[in-house]
Write a protein that binds this ligand. Sequence first.
Ligand code: GLV
Ligand code: MN
Length: 421
Amino acid sequence: MTSPVPDTITVDADRLWRSLMDLAEIGAYDDERTGLRGVNRLALTDADAAGRRQVIAWMEEAGLAVRVDRMGNIYGRREGTDPTAAPVLTGSHIDSVVTAGAFDGCLGGIEVVRTLHEHGIVTRRPIEVGVFTEEEGVRFGTDMLGSAVAAGRLTLDYAHALTDRDGRTLGDELARTGFDGPTDVRLDPPCAYVECHIEQGPVLAENGVGIGVVTGVQGISWQEITVHGRAAHAGTTPTQLRADAGLAAAEIIVRLRAMVDSGEYGELRATVGHLTVHPDLTNIVPARAELTVDLRNPDDAAMARAEEDLAAFLSELEDARPGLALTTRRMAGTPHVPFDETVQKVIAGAADDHGLAHISLLSGAGHDAQEIAALCPTAMIFVRGEYDGISHNPREYSTPETCARGVDVLATTLLRLAGQD
Ligand code: GLV
Ligand code: MN
C-alpha cells in the first residue's frame, strides 16, 4: 500500500547509528597512537569487500534492486511511479584511508530508502543510492576514481591499469574481490545528485551549526616526485661529494610550507603525506626519495601558479645539486567545482523546514559529488564533526543526533527532488 508523499520526512536515528557502528566494525583496528578503535577499509581490500557485501545486503533488505558496474560502483534503485523519469541519485563511498573514523563517506542514503520503505512512500522519480569505488585515492593513487569514470572524466582502461604500492592492478583487485560487475560504467545522467557527508573540518562547529549547505569543492592537485641521488657511505663521504636525495626531499617540503606562508597563492594548502627514502638505512646517504604533494586551492589561477612555481623550484634544485635528478608524475587533478544553486536552495529549504540552523560553505575535501556534478545538478549536505572536525583519523566523530539531523535533511531533499517534474 502506498501513502501520500509528505513534505518532510524524519529518519530513524537509532537505526542509522547502529548501521554506522556496524559498518565501522568491518575493517576495525586498534589504533595505537590514539588508543581508539579506527577503521581501515582501503579500496578493494578484503575489508572493503566485506563492507560492500554488508551494504548490498542492507540495500536488498530495503527493497532496492542492486547493480554493480565495471568499476565496482554499486547502485541500489528504488522505482518511482514514473518509469520514464531519470532518478535522483544520492551516495558516497565506504572505502577509507588506513587511519579512518566511522563517518567519512558512510552517511545516510540507505537509511533514507529504509524510511521511505517503512512509510510506504512512493516518489514520482526513482531514487538510487550509489557507493563509489576508491573515493579516497590512497590505494591506487587517484581520488574520486569510481565516480570520475562513471561521469566520463577518466576512462575505464586508465582506472583498471592503476597499481597499488605492491604492484596489484585495480582491475585484478576488482576481479579478486568479485566486484568487477557487468553493467556499463557510464552513468546515464540522473535528474540530480545529493551527497550527505561529515564536514571533515572545523567550520560548522566554529559557526555553532550542525548543518552545512555545500557550495562546491576546491581544486585538488596530486603529484608524486621522485628524487634520484647517489647512495654513499655516511661516515666517509664528504658533504660536497654527496647527491643526497633525502635532503632534496626535505627542501621540497620546506619550500611548500614557505609557498603557503607567503600568501602569494591565495588559500593554498600543501601536504607531503608520503615520503620514503631508499635504501632506508642508518648509514647510507639516500639514493632515492619518493614523496607525494597534495595541493588544495579554491582559486584555479592561484593553483596553476603554485604548480608552476613548484615545478620551477624542482628544476632549480636539480641544477644546483650535481648528481641529483628529479622526475614528477601527475596522480590526480581537479579544478574548483561549483555546485548547483537550485539544489543548494532545496537543501537549505529542507533544513529550514526541519528547524535546523545552517550555513553555506565550500568543501575542503574532495567528494564524489564533484564528479557527478558533470552529469546533473548536484550539491552536498555537511554534518558537523567534533574535536575541530578532525578526520582521516580515528578521532573523527559526529554525534548520533547530528548525523540523524543531516540525514533528515537528505531525506527531505531527496523526497522533494524526486517529486519534481
Ligand atoms: C578525500 O577525502 C580527499 O579530499 O583527499
Ligand atoms: Mn569521504
